[in-house]
Design a protein around this ligand. Structure first.
Ligand SMILES: [Zn+2]
Ligand SMILES: [Zn+2]
Length: 721
């Protein structure tokens, strides 16, 4: 007892001491924040003054009136629709009693709600004119209208910045930006966006732009900031259209990754690749008026760069993805060069990524700490296999694993298609150092004793068919998880993936294995095991302050990230409100010769959806899939005599994803009865058959809705023999 309380006292004293040590820092951070004084925005003259003293004149009166107007418009539309359907039903040649107790209106209502849901789910990506009433929307918060877009005329001397993808998406991805000046276009990045489960059967999306299709011949160069899929994933779909004449510029590792991707095409196109060494500070001439310079910056992948585009109206800095690192494994970021360009030339516009704008502070540790902790895992769990799961593009982290394993006499095998690919590209681009005799093939490594085995694999996001899950289920060719295994999640779940990751963790724990996840240091006392590739809030404050751009445009992020990024630039860095724009995919932002910016019109943008076999999926198909997943499908097959036009055998009925037929005899009987009555007269012409099909579809849907509360897709098939 005594010993316990003494230990407890010691623990408390230690905690108190730690807190006291940290207190000055906390105090300082608090004071810094006070200085920022976000409340000043609400003071007279502040930008949010309006919100404090609402002007209650026109707005309040106008709103309900407008609402009423739309309401009446809606109801007249609805009654019109109801009238026409009524007219149609009374037109029927033969009305058969459906023996239902629900009104048809209820079914129609159900169908309408369902189709609204389906549409909302299948079109979460940007289509048409997105709603954007942000204070930074370029129109003082007023929503852009179709008439404004029609009236927009490009300014002759403007440099036009057009985000084709990556802004305000649901999720991060599909990054692609166009810069145009007097008919010369350059493109930066061509990324994919992984589709959520809301899009059944869709694996990823690719930017789609009619404007780009129409202007393909004007494209003078294509640049890539780095090799993550949200920046190069769409290469194999988009690059071939530009042909071998358009030069492609990127660092050697990024070019290697693009080539690898292009090699997956059935016919590998001839492309015009140019490797760029950012540390050479070359100014690359891209067209008559545009040139660019790659700047070496740090991220979670080798060969990362920011890009300065030099235009007649000033320099545009595209940050790409970046993070600050005090003690990097890679060559330190070329921040001096950025500062030099800022001093000598200045930046007219900064496009800055927004991924981690919601994470306070700065990066708390380095990639080396992650490596040390991998070593600690190998020491603690020395008798079994250590299986490390991380993103396949984390080449530098893989280098650390190799080093730690080699120091302990362990061999390392890689598993997962993308993992093996990336290591190969990294070896060729000299982006990774490998200790001698450490890498082994998966099929050889399993001949070694467990305590000599380290495996680096994909699947840290809980992906169903990735290596880690296959090891759990026993579907992996070489490895089945056992209780002496230790699995390290050297990553954080991407928002939205948490349930899948936990599913994988559950599976591993059920097999008796040890699981060590980043961010859960209190469970194992080992961590951190991951370092985010994106800058945190205070990093952004420093970066934007240092670059001192005239104008600012957040990119690479969901809408809330863009908005928070813009607020940071105004409130903390002090960029004037009118020099900040929160744009959406498709918006045309013009940088003028006097270095002001404004929005001026839109280009049509959208998505092409692809499945996991790289085949395009039509949006209508996705909608059908969602409909079927919720309501099912119901097919009735009628066989009519060619001579008499009457039913000659019992109608066949097929139900999928709806009701189990064996348990639904009464309902099926009712439908058969209806179908017999319905076909109790001659149908001869094709017109008759078409009308009959429509009526059957509607009536059967009503009977099914009456019995089940659902409206599956009903397909009547009529054969004539
Ligand atoms: Zn990235
Ligand atoms: Zn990215």
């Amino acid at each position: 007892m005594n010993e316990k309380s003494q230990a407890e006292a010691e623990r408390r004293a230690k905690l108190l001491k730690m807190r006291n040590e940290r207190l000055p820092d906390i105090k300082k951070a608090f004071e810094e924040n006070q200085k920022r004084n976000f409340n000043a925005n609400f003071a007279p003259g502040g930008k949010d003054e309006k919100l404090v003293r609402p002007k209650k004149t026109i707005k309040v009166a106008a709103k309900p009136a407008a609402k009423k107007a739309t309401k009446t418009a809606k109801t007249t539309k609805a009654t019109k629709a109801a009238k026409t359907t009524k007219a149609a039903t009374t037109d029927k040649k033969r009305d058969v009693s459906l023996l239902v107790s629900t009104r048809k209106g209820e079914m129609v209502h159900h169908q309408r709600m369902l189709s609204q849901d389906v549409n909302a789910q299948a079109t979460q990506h940007i289509i048409g004119i997105p709603v954007n009433k942000s204070r930074y929307n370029g129109f003082k918060g007023a929503q852009l209208t179709i008439n404004q877009i029609r009236a927009a005329r490009p300014h002759k001397d403007a440099v036009r910045i057009i985000p084709i993808g990556g802004l305000g998406e649901f999720g991060i991805g599909k990054n692609m930006t166009a810069i145009e000046y007097q008919g010369e276009i350059i493109l930066i990045d061509m990324g994919t966006l992984f589709a959520s489960e809301d899009y059944p059967g869709v694996n990823y999306m690719v930017p789609d732009s009619k404007w780009l299709d129409d202007n393909r011949d004007k494209v003078k160069a294509i640049l890539f900031t780095h090799a993550h899929l949200d920046h190069i994933g769409a290469c194999r779909h988009l690059l071939p259209y530009f042909g071998p004449l358009v030069p492609i510029y990127a660092t050697p590792f990024t070019i290697g990754m693009i080539k690898k991707q292009m090699s997956e095409l059935a016919e590998v196109p001839d492309m015009n690749y140019h490797e760029v060494e950012p540390l050479h500070h070359d100014n690359i001439k891209l067209s008559e008026h545009l040139s660019c310079e790659f700047i070496h910056t740090l991220h979670s992948i080798p060969g990362n760069a920011s890009i300065v585009v030099r235009t007649p109206n000033g320099n545009i800095l595209l940050s790409g993805d970046w993070r600050f690192e005090n003690n990097p494994m890679d060559t330190p970021a070329d921040y001096d060069r950025l500062m030099e360009i800022k001093e000598k030339e200045g930046f007219a516009l900064l496009l800055n990524e927004s991924t981690n704008i919601d994470t306070p502070g700065t990066h708390p540790h380095s990639e080396y700490d992650v490596g040390d902790n991998m070593g600690r895992v190998m020491d603690h769990y020395a008798n079994g296999r250590v299986i490390i799961s991380c993103f396949s593009s984390q080449v530098k982290r893989i280098e650390l694993v190799l080093k730690e394993a080699a120091a302990r006499g362990r061999k390392v095998a890689f598993s997962g298609f993308s993992m093996i690919n990336n290591v190969e590209v990294a070896l060729r681009a000299h982006s990774i150092k490998v200790p001698k005799d450490t890498i082994m093939k998966m099929e050889d490594i399993i001949k070694l004793p467990d305590d000599k085995i380290t495996i680096v694999c994909t699947g840290s996001q809980g992906e169903m068919n990735a290596v880690l899950n296959r090891m759990v289920t026993g579907a992996h060719r070489h490895i089945k998880i056992k209780s002496t295994d230790t699995i390290v999640f050297s990553s954080n779940p991407i928002p939205g993936n948490e349930p899948k990751v936990m599913g994988t963790v559950d599976g591993l724990l059920r097999e008796g294995a040890q699981v060590i996840q980043n961010g859960r240091t209190h469970l194992t006392n080992i961590g951190p095991l991951h370092l985010s590739g994106h800058a945190y809030y205070e990093d952004h404050v420093k970066f934007v302050t240092d670059m001192a751009p005239k104008n600012y445009m957040p990119y690479h992020g969901e809408f809330y990230m863009l908005e928070h990024n813009a607020e940071m630039a105004e409130n903390v860095v002090g960029i004037p409100h009118d020099n900040i724009i929160v744009a959406d995919d498709g918006d045309i932002v013009e940088l003028m010769p006097d270095q002001t910016i404004h929005k001026n019109g839109r280009i049509p943008v959208g998505n092409k959806l692809y499945d996991d076999a790289d085949r395009q999926v039509n949006e209508a198909v996705v909608k059908d899939r969602i409909h079927i997943s919720r309501e099912g499908i119901f097919v009735v097959i009628l066989t009519l005599s060619k001579k008499t036009g009457r039913l000659i055998k019992t109608p066949d009925i097929v139900s999928r994803a709806f009701i189990y037929l064996d348990n639904s005899e009464e309902l099926i009987g009712k439908i058969r009865h209806y179908l017999r009555a319905k076909t109790d007269h001659t149908v001869s012409t094709d017109e008759d058959i078409k009308a009959l099909k429509e009526e059957i579809k509607e009536d059967v849907t009503h009977i099914l809705y009456d019995a089940t509360g659902h409206t599956p897709i009903v397909i009547p098939v009529i054969n004539k023999v």
